[in-house]
Each structure stands twice: as C-alpha cells, then as structure tokens.
Ligand binder design. Structure first.
Ligand code: SAM
Length: 347
C-alpha cells in the first residue's frame, strides 16, 4: 500500500487523487447502466438542489458518484453546472467517467473517501460547491454486477470493500474477530436480534473450515436461524449489512463527512442526503439538527446574530419514496431523504 493511497483512504486531510477518463478502459457495462440502476428520488433531488445549480458558477459535488445516474441527470438539466464526482470505488469512477465523458471538462472525478470532500474540492480548484449530494450505501454495480461479496443472494468471495485496494475484507473480519466483537457489530450495525447466536455459529464453523465465500456464510447463518424466524425476511440480511459497515467504516466516515460538507457550502448552497438504513439517517438528522438550531443560551431575551441557525431544513423530517417509485424501483423502498440550505456564514 502506497502512503498516498493510505492517506487517501483514511484521512480527511490527505490529498485526493484526480482520475483521468481513459477511453481505453471502456467497459461494456456502460451499455446497461440505465437499465440496471434508476437514480433514487431523482425528481425530488432536482427540485431541492436545482435552485443552487442555475447560475454560471454552479458546482455540484456528487459525493457518491456510483455509476453516475444522478450526476448525468443533473448535468443534462443544468447546462451551466459543473460536477465534481467522488467515489472510493475505482471501478465506479471508471464506469461513471465513461458515462459522463460527453460532458467533457464540466466533469472532474476524484478517487477519495467522502470525508476527504474538502480536500477533493480544493484539489480541483473550481471554488466552493453550490450543491452537494450524498446517495449513501452500495451501488447496483457493487451489489448486482461485480462479484464482490456484498449480496447474500449470490455466491462470491467475501470481500465487501468498496475500495478493493485498501482495508480488510469481510472474510478477514469473519476469520479474525472474537465472538464478542462479531456480536457487537451484528447488534450495532445490523440491529440483529440473533447477533450472539450468529457470532457463536461463525466461530464454530470457522474452526472446521475458513469462511471465504458469501455462500458459505449464508449457509451458516441459515442453519443457525430458528425456523420461526426464517419466515421473517432473509436471515443473512442484517449480518451482511453489519459486515459491510464494519469493513468500510461507513458510520465513522459519514460522521466526519456530513460536517465537512456543511462546512464548505456557501450561503444559498444546498445539500441533499439519501440514507438507506436508520443508523445513517439518525446521524444525518443529528448533524442537520445541530446546524439548523439556534445556539443562543436559554433565557437570552434576544438572539444574537452569531447564535442564529446557519442552515434551514428543506425537508420536513425524513422524506420517503412514493408508493409509485417503490413499485418501479425497489431500491427506493428504504430511502430517507434530508435536505438543507445554508442561510448564513459562520460567525
Ligand atoms: C448508492 S451508490 C450511488 C449511486 C449514484 N447516485 C447513481 O445514481 O449512480 C453509492 C456509491 O457511493 C460510494 N461510496 C460509499 N461510501 C463511500 C465513501 N465513504 N466515500 C466515497 N464513496 C463512497 C460507493 O462506492 C458507491 O459507488
């Protein structure tokens, strides 16, 4: 592992790496992108971020570029806007880069974990973003296409790293963590009621043979699940979510990324976050609440300017996808949208 890659992946202060769009890396997947991934809550995202993307200096940071579905729609609809797309997954950047190549120099892609958002934006040198989008979680590419071990529905090497060049794999977590640690991550990140039972089953199974593929892990979890519980959703769902969060340090990274993103938005700058599980959404809710509340001490008769909220919430609570959208795009089912606009500079 090179020092710069280590820095890129783990430290918000690290330099980000600009990605070139290389024609020779063309990928046949690009042909199917529009079929396999429909951007979630696209129209609502356009409605919320649109007012910040009309002017000549409009700059959207898509902090989770994925396969570029949202990004492409924004570039089409806001002809003045430029885009900085971030992703920790080099495959996603390569494929999205190809998809967005028709927009030429309006597009800049940066390989970084999104808590490096401030450095990534500075490295491109286009000034402050006027809009920021986070569409959290895994992409259709990671889930459906690449054999990366994210999906419990298909057998693959148990990897689950979004950046395959760095960090430990899910197989290593399963092979090396003690029973207490496995139980803790299943409870905390999977909100799994059978966490202790699954942790014990894994420890017993790995003594027989290493657990290197998702299929074997699924078999172990299914065998450890009481029949009555098996009827209530797939037994592996929450454990797989927990392992993915642990491997990619998702919550720790998000906890730094949201304040960093809010920090770099100028007045009138807008932010939208799409979360897919309650732990992420709670974290986003907490950060948005902190910046949209007055910091005036209780009992102060008049609010001083430096105590006034810095952001105004644009969403009322967490917004959900409509029945219609869920029907055509099942990925939208668990989504929670929160949005805010900056209304004043820091004191
Ligand atoms: C749900 S997908 C985004 C899909 C995209 N909006 C589209 O329409 O194609 C999420 C993407 O965010 C990336 N990602 C997740 N966590 C990240 C992080 N901490 N830093 C950078 N990228 C991350 C994943 O690699 C994945 O490609």
């Amino acid at each position: 592992m090179t020092p710069s890659r280590f820095a890129l992946t783990h430290f918000p202060g690290a330099r980000s790496e600009r990605m070139g769009i290389r024609a020779e890396e063309r990928n046949p997947l690009i042909m199917n992108l529009r079929d396999i991934h429909t951007p979630v809550l696209l129209e609502r995202c356009v409605e919320l971020l649109g007012p910040a993307l009309e002017s000549d200096d409009a700059l959207l940071v898509d902090a989770t570029l994925g396969m570029g579905g949202h990004a492409e729609a924004f570039l089409d609809r806001f002809p003045c806007a430029r885009l900085i797309g971030l992703d920790r997954d080099r495959d996603a950047l390569r494929i999205a880069g190809e998809r967005l190549s028709r927009f030429g120099d309006r597009v800049h892609l940066v390989h970084t974990v999104y808590d490096g958002i401030a450095d990534a934006v500075a490295s491109v040198g286009l000034g402050a973003p006027t809009a920021i989008l986070f569409d959290l979680g895994v992409s259709s590419l990671q889930l459906d296409v690449a054999d990366r071990g994210f999906a419990y529905s298909r057998d693959a090497p148990l990897d689950m790293r979004m950046d395959q060049s760095d960090g430990i794999t899910a197989a290593e977590v399963v092979a090396t963590y003690g029973e207490g640690d496995l139980r803790r991550i299943f409870e905390r990140y999977g909100e799994e009621k059978l966490a202790g039972r699954y942790a014990r089953a894994i420890i017993a199974a790995r003594k027989e043979e290493p657990i290197e593929r998702s299929g074997r892990l699924v078999d172990i979890l299914v065998a450890a699940t009481p029949h009555a519980v098996q009827r209530a959703g797939h037994p592996a769902k929450r454990v797989f979510q927990a392992l993915r969060i642990e491997v990619n340090r998702e919550l720790a990274v998000l906890e730094h990324a949201i304040p960093a993103a809010l920090e770099i938005l100028p007045v009138d700058g807008r932010i939208v976050v799409l979360s897919y599980q309650s732990l992420e959404d709670r974290l986003v809710k907490r950060e948005f609440a902190a910046v949209s509340a007055s910091t005036a001490p209780r009992g102060l008769p008049v609010e001083l300017p430096e105590h006034a909220p810095r952001f105004r919430l644009l969403s009322k609570g967490a917004e959900l996808a409509t029945e219609e959208e869920r029907a055509v795009n099942p990925r939208a089912t668990p989504v929670r949208l929160r949005a805010a606009v900056r209304i004043r500079e820091d004191a």
